[in-house]
Design a protein around this ligand. Structure first.
Ligand SMILES: NC(=O)c1ccc[n+]([C@@H]2O[C@H](COP(=O)([O-])OP(=O)(O)OC[C@H]3O[C@@H](n4cnc5c(N)ncnc54)[C@H](O)[C@@H]3O)[C@@H](O)[C@H]2O)c1
Length: 329
């Protein structure tokens, strides 16, 4: 029995593949390398290069590898790009997921775990947001992911497919053994951007909004280390194998950290006092987004190992240093 990881050459998917291979699972990665990198894929996993839009190739891969479980990480993930080019997002996130779910059902796949996002909630207050909150996404990205959640829910009602949906908050950090990390040069994630500034790869870091109703005026987010995130997936997969109960869960720590706190920690870890510029708020950016993680805590025996801000930033910084050394050498 093989686990298929879509998007397994990307940031989070490659960490998932390492986690599964470390546990001795058979894994096949399906990725078109549009933003992923072949070099991030564990040598212990099989690799199939192709677009998930090619449903015949996906079906063949499922049959050839006797896939019974799919972990679906592949997708397009840049919120402002989704506003400028919504059809790309409805195509690559919603339509491609629809095709993948259909092939999964036809080919007898039993379990399906999907990477959703806190962006499906839309405007939230400063209190932690639970899964019961209204889902009113502010962007085509959020809507494209929410529609996939709906499809999974409906298909699970109508077939024997069981699903797990994780709504990620802000994913950060890198593999503590230095085998993978955030590698897309276009990434806009704050921790990566600040590490790049510390290494002189950017001339400054912009703070979008310092007049929010938060303790220091900057936006507050719930950062989760990628290794703890993929551990939660491994536990959920195990739970689905045993209990066969579909579930939708937030995945964060339930702790808020401000933009300014992140920047100060990157400066401390790197020892570099890079330039920070104040900029106006970005449209649709909420003041604070923090997960209520009661359901995750109650459902899975999850014990985060990397939930200190310093650990997250140190591992992200170490990865950037390694990539910079590799591109120089
Ligand atoms: N990074 C975050 O903070 C975050 C937060 C919330 C949700 N997510 C979700 O997690 C998932 C993974 O995100 P990531 O940060 O690893 O992104 P990423 O861009 O690093 O990885 C996406 C991977 O999918 C592949 N891919 C994209 N479209 C494909 C297609 N049609 N066929 C085959 N492969 C395709 C890319 O080549 C890449 O390897 C995404 O679904 C994203 O929406 C990420």
């Amino acid at each position: 029995m093989t686990v298929m990881v879509t998007g397994g050459a990307g940031y989070i998917g490659s960490h998932m593949v390492l986690r599964l291979c470390d546990a001795g699972e058979d894994v096949v990665v399906f990725d078109d390398l549009s933003t992923g990198r072949r070099s991030l894929v564990s040598a212990d996993a099989a690799f199939m290069e192709g677009s998930l839009g090619d449903t015949e190739a996906v079906a063949k891969c499922i049959r050839d590898h006797e896939v019974k479980e799919i972990l679906h990480f592949a997708g397009s993930i840049v919120v402002p790009e989704s506003v400028a080019d919504p059809l790309k997002y409805y195509g690559n996130n919603t339509c491609v997921s629809r095709g993948l779910i259909e092939v999964a059902v036809t080919e007898g796949v039993k379990r399906f775990i999907f990477s959703s996002t806190a962006a499906i909630y839309g405007s939230v207050g400063s209190a932690p947001v639970s899964e019961a909150a209204a889902t009113l996404p502010l962007s085509p990205y959020g809507r494209s992911k929410l529609m996939t959640e709906w499809m999974l829910r409906d298909v699970a009602q109508a077939t024997s497919l069981k699903y797990g949906v994780f709504r990620y908050f802000n994913v950060a950090g890198a593999d503590p053994l230095g085998r993978s990390g955030h590698s897309s040069p276009e990434a806009t994630h704050l921790i990566k951007v600040a590490c790049n500034a510390a290494l002189g790869q950017r001339d400054h870091v912009a703070v979008y909004g310092s007049d929010f109703d938060t303790p220091d005026g900057t936006g507050v987010r719930d950062y989760i280390h990628v290794s703890d995130l993929v551990d939660a997936h491994a536990l959920l997969l195990n739970d689905l194998r045993q209990r066969c109960e579909s579930v939708t869960m937030n995945c964060g720590y339930g702790v808020g950290t401000s933009v300014r706190e992140v920047i100060e920690m990157v400066k401390e870890v790197s020892g570099v006092d890079f330039e920070v510029r104040e900029a106006s708020r970005r449209e649709g950016d909420p003041a604070s987004v923090i997960a209520d993680v009661s359901r995750l805590r109650a459902s899975l025996p999850w014990a985060p190992q990397h939930n200190r801000l310093r650990d997250m930033i140190q591992s992200a910084y170490d990865w950037e240093v390694k990539m910079a050394a590799e591109s120089e050498g």
